[in-house]
Write a protein that binds this ligand. Structure first.
Ligand code: FES
Length: 318
């Protein structure tokens, strides 16, 4: 485990809802796992060499197991189908140590947790943590139907069940404005879910004057926007001067790789930040969900797995 990876065993695989399975991971050598904080995720090395990020959804006080849950996405790139179909109890897998880009602001007087669908995973971990430390929070969990609500029984029978409100699209939808206005002053908001859900929550929060410093969010499985108008451009490797063409239907990462320039990547959806690359000249066309608005405006770095260029040439610090 010196390289930041661990070998884990699938101790349990459980169907949690329609199309959702949870996986309980324990260390293959039986020792305690590295500690994690609420909101953390792990990189999971899937069969066929894919790497995907999954949020941990168990109580961070537990040191003997990591729990993740995966929604089977028929339209996805294959990672979720692979873990659903090819990973079984007893299998060994490699995972990276937990990392956290979605941490709780423990100083907040109240925490408002909003989950959409499988976005419940980091939110549930946060609820476990806040309940354990006795902090004030409320959780709102929106899903398409009761049968698609992962962890319904666990949450309903938990010590914090009274702090949770469920919404099912086929019964009653959440009133975002009233949810966002009926919390104490100074509350922090945490949201995770599908893109449309997150855009609605964050859009309403911003319109209602919530400052960015109190908005916390994590995108996953973001659809990278391809545009009809995507054109070709060039990237230059600063250290060698080599010029590489990027065609309209090709990512910068793919173009670099086809010329023998390999950049470490993981999600390939502009979510994880693994491929972050510095820009020395030129104007990137940011398509990621990882950089903040200020970081994107600085135009000195970009995510070549999804972002493109507004200028004919980008000079990369490679
Ligand atoms: Fe994840 Fe590029 S590989 S952001």
């Amino acid at each position: 485990m010196t390289d930041g990876t661990l070998t884990v065993r699938i101790a349990r695989k459980t169907v949690e809802a329609i199309d959702v399975c949870s996986f309980e991971l324990v260390r293959a050598d039986g020792l305690p796992l590295p500690a994690f904080s609420a909101g953390s995720h792990i990189d999971v090395h899937l069969p066929e060499g894919r790497v995907r990020q999954y949020s941990l959804c168990n109580d961070p006080a537990e040191s003997q197991r990591y729990q993740i849950a995966v929604l089977r996405d028929e339209a996805g790139r294959g990672g979720s189908k692979s873990i659903h179909d090819q990973v079984h109890e007893g299998d060994l897998m490699t995972v990276n140590f937990p990392r956290n880009h979605f941490a709780l602001a423990h100083e907040a007087p109240h925490h408002l947790l909003l989950a959409g669908g499988i976005g419940v995973t980091p939110i549930l971990c946060m609820a476990e943590r806040l309940a354990r430390t006795g902090q004030s929070f409320s959780m709102h969990y929106c899903s398409r139907s009761r049968a698609r609500t992962a962890f319904l029984h666990r949450i309903s029978t938990s010590a914090f069940a009274k702090a949770v409100t469920f919404y099912h699209d086929d019964v009653q939808r959440i009133d975002l404005r009233s949810t966002l206005t009926s919390v104490p002053q100074g509350s922090h908001l945490y949201v995770c879910g599908p893109r449309g859900f997150m855009d609605a929550v964050l859009g309403n929060a911003r319109e209602l004057g919530w400052p960015e410093s109190r908005l916390h969010y994590e995108f996953f499985g973001a659809k990278v926007e391809k545009q009809e108008t995507d054109g070709s451009f060039q990237v230059q490797i600063a250290s060698t001067g080599a010029l590489i063409d990027v065609a309209p239907n090709c990512t910068v990462l793919e173009a670099l790789s086809s010329h023998g320039v390999e950049i470490l990547s993981s999600c390939e959806q502009g979510v994880c930040g693994t491929c972050l690359t510095r820009i020395l000249e030129g104007s990137p066309d940011h398509r990621d969900s990882y950089l903040t608005a200020e970081e994107q405006q600085a135009n000195d770095q970009f995510l070549p797995c999804c972002s493109r260029s507004k200028s004919p040439l980008l000079v990369l610090d490679l």
